[in-house]
Design a protein around this ligand. Structure first.
Ligand code: ZN
Length: 317
């Protein structure tokens, strides 16, 4: 027979966090509380790197992944040490538990990963994830945005970008007035051109205007701007002007999707199917003439390309 704490650690996978369960309870709010202690805490002072003397333990409360469908709150007893090294500026310090949770985070590191997996892979809403974890929508959203940003902005994500893609995307589908619903999407098309892999998402910025793109390009630095040789876009005059002003040496091309879309809009015909059949357009492929007017831009239909003249020049020198 295994000791009870070993069984509990196995069920709750707390061993992988580097803690062992010392107690548990369920509260009236459907939440499971798990008390645990740190296995093999590092007693070394962060300043002088010499082992200190155990003083006491301080509780840190962290939301963990749900157990048996119920939200979990982890109460980690973090050892505190006294540094006895003479001359060391640190007198008291806590054991390093960055393997369990990032500094100041309210959730465990594995919960951050769990949140991203539920949203990105399982397509769960932020509200559903928040309900599963028993924490606020805003907290989940902040964690998801932060984690995604850390993955995208890995420090070298702009290196090697030669072919840049720019497009707009309607981010929010809300009624009435509100914040800008549109974002400008920046894509690295270099791997596609080189045949080394798929396109990469570089950035998404609020708004769709010449100034938005100008500001983004301008804040990237001269080395980045000098490296860009081609910018593919949808033909929006604002993006074209911004690129011409900020990347005067780059060639502006219209991306194939928008070329085909313009031709199709000009003909008001569905795509011929490769097998010879005529396929009905999908909902997102509807002619812009069928789309409802965009309340934020009365002159525009929901996609701007209806304003563009059909049969325009595809590539500009
Ligand atoms: Zn010290």
């Amino acid at each position: 027979m295994q000791p009870t704490d070993t069984v509990a650690d196995t069920i709750c996978r707390t061993v992988e966090l580097g803690v062992t369960i010392t107690g548990a309870a369920a509260d009236s709010k459907d939440r499971t509380h798990i008390w645990c202690s740190v296995i093999d805490p590092d007693p070394r002072c962060p300043e002088c790197r010499i082992a200190g003397q155990l003083r006491d333990r301080a509780e840190r409360v962290l939301t963990d992944t749900p157990a048996a469908g119920h939200p979990v709150e982890l109460h980690v007893a973090v050892p505190r040490f006294v540094c006895l090294t003479s001359g060391c500026p640190r007198s008291i310090f806590r054991a390093d538990i960055t393997g369990i949770a990032a500094p100041r985070s309210v959730v465990t590191t594995r919960t951050e990963r769990w949140i991203l997996q539920r949203i990105a892979i399982d397509k769960m809403s932020v509200a559903a994830v928040a309900a599963n974890l028993g924490i606020a929508w805003k907290t989940v959203n902040q964690i998801a945005v932060g984690a995604a940003r850390n993955m995208v902005y890995d420090g070298g994500h702009l290196d090697g970008v030669r072919h840049l893609g720019v497009d707009e995307h309607k981010w929010k589908h809300v009624r009435g007035q509100g914040d800008s619903s549109w974002v400008t999407v920046l894509i690295d098309l270099t791997p596609v051109v080189d045949g080394t892999g798929p396109a990469r998402l570089l950035d998404m910025i609020t708004g769709r205007s010449k100034q938005v793109l100008k500001d983004w390009m301008n804040s990237r630095g001269q080395r980045f701007r000098d490296r860009i040789t081609v910018v593919a876009m949808d033909g929006f005059a604002g993006y074209r002007t911004a690129t011409g002003e900020e990347l005067p040496r780059a060639r502006i091309v219209m991306d194939p999707f928008h070329v085909v879309q313009l031709v199709r809009e000009a003909r008001s015909m569905p795509y011929p199917h490769p097998a010879g059949h005529v396929r009905a357009p999908r909902p997102q492929e509807r002619s812009s003439l069928q789309d409802p007017p965009d309340p934020a831009h009365p002159r525009r239909v929901s996609h701007r390309h209806a304003e563009e003249p059909a049969g325009r020049v595809v590539e500009q020198p």
